[in-house]
Write a protein that binds this ligand. Structure first.
Ligand code: ATP
Ligand code: MG
Length: 753
């Protein structure tokens, strides 16, 4: 079909058609949420193929998530039919870059089978480098270096490109040196990190004319969705590739720019017209997604931002409910309320797959998961681990399991060197060996082995300190509530301190999760009850095909839509986040507001915003203040509802009381890092009692060997030959011929001939 006759165009509005048909030359589609940008882009791709302007393999189409890429592939396949050969280059920047880089890896010193390392590996490599250079890792954490390097890569900067200021941003002017060392190390490992995928490809395109021209020719059409969230390196990439045919179409909404913390720059939209003179700018204004009230509420909210291009949105839909704002008493009530409403929707015939809870921060999911498990409501967590599956939560649970159950070997192995305390695999092997020989759990073997000379002094002392702590916590468990115990253990084990030292956005999130864990535990009388609850939650994996309610972060929900959207936790310090408020600047708050705009505009039929009057923070009830964003919603499109005594005016009163948005920070109820130390002193048991308690609590004493007796000549792998001088349970005192007198465990010796 030639151009305007294509039946694909039916149903599109005039500006959408224009966007689909304007295949040649640069196009900027700038429009608000739900106006059919993605729909138009998909149709455009299909139209280019059907009108035979290009083979699919000559089209480059960038989406923001792999999920979006899959959906688009499906839709294009559907629109174009199976007859078309080849597939378009359709995916995220990272997936496309990885595919390209496989072909040209040797140009940047890699082999084509290079591995892509994740953040954990990245940190491991950086730590090794920091240590090898003799730098104090406590002062200059690897995570900080990782952040700098990511930032440089996001901006397309190689080590040689760093200016003095950038170089200063790590270890007093050693940024460049470490960046270079890191890149060399990765090459030696035939590896690259996520940032490298884009940077390496950019370097290749920048330096190799032939390759650049090859791709400039190949990609006849380039399309980019969610363009407002491209960062510098992605932008540079596109600009180079598009210089061939200049057929580039980008689609975005400045009001939905929510990744500036990852280096995204809205400015990329603004300079598009400059980079591609004569670009056709298409605005879409008709929203097809949401009811008029939802649309008006979202538009009214985003109006409060000063840094925006501004646009009009309208809809021909009518009817529907106003945006509901519900005030509840506390977090559990919030979860109960949403659970009830979801069940009601289901009874009324809605599928749970059309219902979503969108949260500002990962830690918020826990309350819902607990509630939905309890009432048997199927849910899934998208784009992130379920609460109890996150690494830091599993670590904390491992400590608690070991305290209640000395024979939990998996728990022991998990916490043995977490946080890092310098205990290595060799020591673990010895503990294992002793445990096997004696038929005892690892934790007891670990304790016993510290009473001998089997380990080097340093390892022995460290292990002893750990086992003594475990014994002490076991005692403390009798006196403290589960939540108090958890806080104490996380504090005293050094776990919290290690996370705090990282000072990254990620570690801040992990600390929040741990706070949330302790909060969850406050509802349980005993640690046993709580751990049982957790195993039930963890076991909720079955039944994966059923339709489920979706819980996800707002960030992950970009581009998606649901009939019914619940937005919990709209309170100062949660949303906007404490971080954004602390930063204080306009731009951090404006980004939070854009996030709120994205959240509301995910809703097709019903949007429910919830705020709780009380949250438990560090085990204390604190009253929270409704989010400023609630106050900014245009009242005509909002319906207030509250379950609080004091009626609908309460949140207003709370809001105006907080005319100083930082007031509650000053009052000391803001979330700060760190656990309360107050409880730790109450149960300071003496080392002696603790040692006994470990032994008695474990009560697995190993059987002594009966083939070894005082006077026997024996052989020990490390100490050589010797004579047994004393036997106490399964421990032997041996006078070694060259090593002198030592205490060892009987399973470690062989009888000499
Ligand atoms: P976002 O900014 O959230 O990414 P968007 O602008 O990409 O939104 P789409 O997701 O493409 O919007 O479309 C929103 C909804 O409107 C979808 O359900 C889509 O099917 C529908 N839609 C798009 N265009 C039309 C149209 N011309 N007629 C009817 N429905 C449409
Ligand atoms: Mg979209």
């Amino acid at each position: 079909p030639e151009s305007a006759d294509d039946p694909l165009l039916e149903g599109l509005n005039p500006p959408q058609r224009e966007a689909v048909l304007a295949v040649d030359g640069p196009v900027l589609m700038l429009a608000g949420a739900g106006t059919g940008k993605t729909a138009a882009l998909t149709t455009r791709l299909a139209h280019i193929v059907r009108s035979r302007r290009a083979w699919p393999s000559e089209i480059l189409c960038v989406t923001f998530t792999n999920k979006a890429a899959r959906e688009m592939k499906e839709r294009v396949g559907h629109l174009v039919g199976p007859a078309v050969e080849g597939m378009p280059w359709l995916g995220t920047f990272h997936s496309i870059a990885a595919k390209l880089l496989r072909r040209h890896a040797e140009l940047v010193g890699l082999q084509s089978n290079y591995t892509i390392i994740d953040t954990d590996d990245q940190l491991r490599v950086l730590k090794q480098l920091i240590q090898a250079e003799g730098l104090d890792e406590k002062r200059w954490p690897a995570r900080q270096l990782a952040q700098c390097i990511d930032r440089w890569k996001n901006r397309g900067l190689n080590p040689a490109d760093l200016d003095a200021a950038e170089n200063e941003s790590y270890a007093n002017g050693q940024g460049q040196k470490f960046y270079r060392l890191y890149q060399d190390r990765l090459k030696a490992l035939n590896a690259c990190d996520f940032g490298d995928l884009l940077l390496h490809m950019l370097n290749i395109l920048r330096t190799d004319r032939a390759i650049l021209e090859q791709y400039q020719q190949r990609f006849k059409y380039i399309m980019v969705d969610e363009y407002q969230d491209t960062n510098q390196v992605q932008y540079l990439w596109l600009r180079l590739l598009a210089q061939g045919h200049k057929n580039i179409c980008v689609v975005g909404d400045d009001d939905q720019s929510i990744y500036s913390w990852r280096g995204a720059e809205v400015a990329n939209i603004l300079r598009f017209e400059k980079d591609f003179p004569g670009a056709k700018v298409i605005k879409l204004e008709q929203n097809y997604r949401s009811t008029p009230d939802i649309l008006a509420a979202a538009s009214g909210l985003i109006d409060a931002n000063s840094q925006r291009l501004g646009k009009t949105l309208w809809t021909t839909r009518n009817g529907g409910d106003k945006v509901r704002v519900i005030g509840v008493w506390d977090g559990p009530e919030e979860a109960r309320r949403i659970g009830e409403e979801a069940e009601r929707l289901e009874r009324e015939g809605a599928s749970l797959a059309t219902v979503a809870i969108l949260v500002r921060a990962q830690f918020q999911t826990r309350e819902f998961e607990d509630r939905f498990i309890a009432i048997g409501l199927p849910y899934k967590i998208v784009g992130g681990f379920r609460f109890y599956e996150r690494a830091e939560i599993r670590d904390a649970l491992a400590y608690l399991r070991l305290i209640t159950q000395p024979s939990d070997d998996l728990a022991f192995e998990r916490i043995y060197n977490t946080p890092k305390r310098g205990l290595g695999d060799k020591t673990l092997e010895k503990i294992h060996r002793h445990a096997r020989a004696g038929g005892v759990p690892l934790s007891l073997a670990a304790f016993e082995i510290t009473d001998t000379d089997e380990l080097p002094t340093k390892a022995r002392n460290t292990l002893f300190a750990l086992m003594r702590d475990v014994g002490r916590w076991r005692e403390a468990a009798k006196l403290l509530s589960p939540a108090e115990l958890a806080r104490t253990v996380l504090e005293e084990s050094g776990y919290t301190t290690a996370l705090q030292a990282e000072k990254s956005a990620e570690s801040a999130g992990r600390l929040e999760n741990l706070t949330e864990l302790a909060r969850a535990m406050e509802e349980y009388e005993t640690l046993g009850d709580f751990l049982e609850h957790v195993s039930l939650v963890m076991d909720n994996d079955a039944n994966d095909s059923a339709e489920k309610l979706t819980i996800m972060t707002i960030h992950a929900a970009k581009g998606l839509e649901f009939d019914h959207v619940f937005l919990p936790g709209w309170e100062e310090g949660v949303f906007p986040s404490q971080r954004a408020m602390d930063e204080g600047g306009l731009s951090a708050l404006e980004e939070e507001r854009r996030l709120a705009y994205v959240a509301i505009t995910r809703a097709r039929r019903r949007c429910t915003i919830i705020h709780a009057a009380n949250r438990r923070i560090y085990g204390q009830w604190t009253s929270s203040i409704p989010s400023r964003f609630i106050g900014e919603l245009p009242q005509a499109h909002v319906e207030q509802e509250t379950t609080l005594s004091g009626g609908a005016s309460l949140w207003r009163a709370q809001w105006s009381e907080a005319s100083d948005p930082f007031a509650h920070v000053a009052r000391g109820t803001g979330r700060g890092p760190g656990w309360q130390r107050a409880t730790t002193r109450e149960f300071d048991t003496t080392p002696k009692r603790v040692a006994e308690s470990t032994r008695s609590a474990a009560s697995f004493a190993a059987k002594p060997r009966d083939d070894v007796a005082v006077g026997a000549r024996v052989f020990h792998e490390k100490f050589g030959y010797g004579t047994v001088t004393a036997q106490e349970g399964n421990k032997l005192e041996i006078d070694f011929e060259s090593a002198g007198p030592k205490r060892v465990i009987d399973s470690f010796v062989k009888l000499a001939e």
